[in-house]
Design a protein around this ligand. Structure first.
Ligand SMILES: CCCCCCC/C=C/C(=O)SCCNC(=O)CCNC(=O)[C@H](O)C(C)(C)COP(=O)(O)OP(=O)(O)OC[C@H]1O[C@@H](n2cnc3c(N)ncnc32)[C@H](O)[C@@H]1OP(=O)(O)O
Ligand SMILES: NC(=O)C1=CN([C@@H]2O[C@H](COP(=O)(O)OP(=O)(O)OC[C@H]3O[C@@H](n4cnc5c(N)ncnc54)[C@H](OP(=O)(O)O)[C@@H]3O)[C@@H](O)[C@H]2O)C=CC1
Length: 270
């Protein structure tokens, strides 16, 4: 199954002129699409990830008036990730942090070891707490924002994803709490919950049969979420049009969170 090619380009060019952004997991999939769109709209993006080659490839694919550089870093090394962010903040300021790096393995809760649990929680929750906290002084200066990549259905549960759902529900709680605590600092923080996005990463994790179930049975609109749609939503939240959006979970999923979603469909992950 291959990704849809829809390219929503709704925001006007120049919308993010001068914005300084940091995107984790910028070397592939959603993170790469977000980086591409932010740069098209005029932002300067620093991409973070563990693999130099894929981060460089993102840079090679960019077209637009903004700028791009990258840092190789594992976000689970919370000190190194915070240091990379501070370097960006000190050198050119920071107006947007996109916590996109994440993922999990699919397993029933009874088959998840303590180590497996911790590795997914470290990646999808703890790293976000540390990086977002490190961003506070810089975002306060710019009245900037944070976008956390979450999951469609995060408020309901997801078969085979106990660790990941628990982590993302934690991120949602963190998001709503920081939206309250940091509102008077002028900082906004939101979650975007994509449905099935046919990135290479998901294709590697799930069979065509599973992907077919996710798209055709678990998604009322019966189509996957294109990376470009997610990217446009992230850009919207970072733009002046999103100036009063904070503490939100925006699910961009063709209705998957409503009830026909994977949480209702045990066979979705088999
Ligand atoms: C089918 C439903 C689809 C839902 C819709 C879509 C929702 C979400 C989509 C996406 O997120 S798309 C992106 C998909 N790609 C990924 O998620 C890949 C990312 N995964 C990883 O990077 C790694 O798996 C990890 C989660 C970071 C773990 O990596 P780490 O290097 O820390 O792991 P290990 O050291 O190898 O193992 C740690 C621990 O975990 C246990 N474990 C690993 N895999 C499995 C498994 N498949 N089942 C059970 N347990 C597993 C492993 O055994 C280790 O535990 P111990 O053995 O030491 O106890
Ligand atoms: N695809 C989908 O259907 C959906 C995805 N999501 C979420 O959206 C986000 C992006 O997913 P997607 O683009 O599909 O997946 P990808 O695997 O393509 O993207 C994840 C990116 O994060 C980076 N990354 C992973 N672990 C680390 C780490 N420890 N430190 C730094 N960077 C890391 C990876 O690069 P590298 O390996 O080089 O470090 C990779 O570029 C994830 O959080 C995912 O769970 C949510 C809903 C649905």
């Amino acid at each position: 199954m291959t990704a849809a090619t829809t390219e929503p380009r709704v925001l006007a060019s120049g919308t993010l002129d001068g914005l300084s952004a940091l995107v984790t997991g910028a070397g592939s999939g959603i993170g790469r699409a977000v980086t591409q769109r932010l740069v098209q709209l005029g932002a300067h993006v620093t991409g973070l990830g563990r693999h130099e080659d894929s981060l460089k490839e993102t840079g090679d694919l960019l077209d637009g008036p903004g700028g791009y550089d990258h840092r190789v870093c594992d976000v689970r090394d919370t000190e190194a990730a915070a240091a990379a962010l501070v370097e960006v903040g000190e050198s050119r300021g920071l107006g947007l942090l996109v916590n996109n790096a994440g993922g999990q393995f699919f397993a029933k809760a009874l088959d998840i070891s303590v180590n497996g649990w911790n590795s997914v929680l470290d990646l999808n929750l703890t790293s976000i707490f540390h990086l977002t906290k490190a961003a506070h002084p810089y975002l306060a200066r710019t009245h900037g924002s944070v976008v956390n990549l979450s999951l469609s259905g995060v408020e309901r549960g997801g078969m085979g994803m106990a660790h990941s759902i628990a982590a993302r529900a934690g991120v949602l709680g963190l998001t709503r709490t920081l939206a309250l605590e940091w509102a008077t600092d002028g900082i906004r923080i939101n979650c975007v919950g994509p449905g099935t996005v046919l990135t290479h990463a998901l294709n590697d994790e799930a069979s065509d049969h599973v992907l077919g179930n996710l798209v055709h049975k678990a998604t009322p609109m019966q189509r996957p979420t294109p990376t470009a749609d997610v990217a446009e939503l992230v850009a919207f939240l970072a733009s002046p049009a999103g100036a009063l959006m904070t503490g939100q979970l925006l699910q961009i999923d063709g209705g998957a969170h409503l009830g026909a979603g994977l949480h209702m469909l045990p066979e979705a992950y088999r």
